[in-house]
Ligand binder design. Structure first.
Ligand SMILES: O=C(O)CCC(=O)C(=O)O
Ligand SMILES: [Fe+2]
Length: 336
């Protein structure tokens, strides 16, 4: 797997670095890779990965299934409305979420689901630490392949695809934080239950755009980090840089974008940056994207990691659990 260490390096076509160097006997290669990851996580909070090992056909099928789902009549989608289901699972209509409190609603529709087994059980079992997002997934009865195709991409027990990919990133984060490579092994998403995936559809916005109604308003993500697949050839995602300028984070064929999110920022006492981003689809055509929010188990306390605190840098956050944090953010975004 390879990393391009930030949005700017992608825009400037800088070469990707090989993540296999993390296991290299060559100390110089390891140190230099650690530096790249450190830069990406501490200064930008966004990077790209390629050669990630997720088969192209899995992504293709999930994309097709997503298009098919959103092409259904509104009444059909409304049957699965997120407000009818406990645990924030299901469909949210255009303008029903609002990621930026200064805005009036997000110009996208989405469908949200959590971890489940590859071979669907009669009903999903409620997991002990599911907290605020406890409860079974809901699925469209008329589109059985939707469930198979989207769960295969992100959340299947057999192949794990994106969750497995996410787990590979933790030793890199540990390296960047001067921690042993296995530091996160028993802490982050060990029971798989806090991984949440959304499939998103952004209708095109043309003409003059009211900045208070855009695809997804300026926000940070809530979990540990996000692995995002973007529709090829459509520029929409933007990242706020340290000079408070919006920088495009374009889709790059064969890559996923990874961005650090709030739980990891809190855990690292803001040493890692949970960077503000937004998306606006001005392309004139429909855009789809698929983020996997890789969360911590909800009972994990977001307590500053020892290498991230010092007398000069005392802990900035009150210690709360990952679940409590997600609950706060859900309320702010959905209003309940
Ligand atoms: O669609 C995108 O490119 C970004 C989506 C996003 O930021 C989110 O769902 O949190
Ligand atoms: Fe986001």
């Amino acid at each position: 797997m390879q990393i391009s260490y930030c949005v700017y390096s992608v825009l400037n076509k800088m070469p990707y670095r090989d993540l296999a160097d993390i296991n290299s006997d060559d100390t110089a290669a390891r140190t230099s890779l650690a530096q790249v990851i450190r830069d990406a996580c501490m200064n930008v909070g966004f990077f790209y990965i390629k050669n990630h090992g997720i088969p192209e056909y899995v992504i293709y099928n999930a994309h097709q299934a997503t298009k098919e789902f959103f092409a259904q009549p509104d009444e059909k989608k409304a049957e699965l409305d997120i407000t009818k289901n406990p645990g924030f699972k299901g469909y949210n209509a255009v303008l029903s979420s609002n990621n930026n409190p200064a805005n009036m609603g997000d110009m996208h529709e989405g469908f949200e689901f959590g971890w489940e087994e590859m071979v669907p059980k009669e009903r999903d079992e409620k997991r002990a630490n599911d907290g605020v997002m406890a409860g079974a997934n809901v699925w469209p009865e008329d589109l059985p392949s939707f469930r198979t195709d989207v769960t295969r991409l992100m959340l299947t027990k057999c192949s794990h695809h994106a969750v497995k990919l996410g787990k590979k990133l933790f030793p890199l984060f540990a390296l960047a934080l001067d921690l042993p490579p296995d530091f996160f092994d028993d802490k982050a998403c060990t029971r798989n239950s806090a991984a949440i995936m959304r499939v998103l559809h952004y209708p095109p916005q043309t003409g003059p755009i009211d900045q208070r109604v855009i695809g997804i308003g300026a926000h940070t993500d809530w979990e540990c980090f996000t692995i995002l697949w973007q529709e090829p050839d459509i520029q929409a995602l933007q990242v706020l840089n340290s000079k408070v300028q919006w920088v495009d984070a374009p889709p790059v064929p064969g890559t996923f974008v990874v961005n650090i999110a709030d739980q990891l920022a809190r855990w690292t006492n803001d040493v890692f940056k949970s960077t503000v981003h937004r998306a606006i689809n001005r392309s004139g055509v429909e855009r789809y994207s698929i983020p996997l929010f890789f969360g911590m188990d909800y009972d994990v306390k977001l307590e500053s990691i020892p290498t991230c605190v010092s007398p000069e840098r005392p802990s900035m956050y009150e210690v709360i659990t990952a679940g409590e944090y997600v609950k706060e953010r859900l309320k702010a975004t959905y209003g309940y």
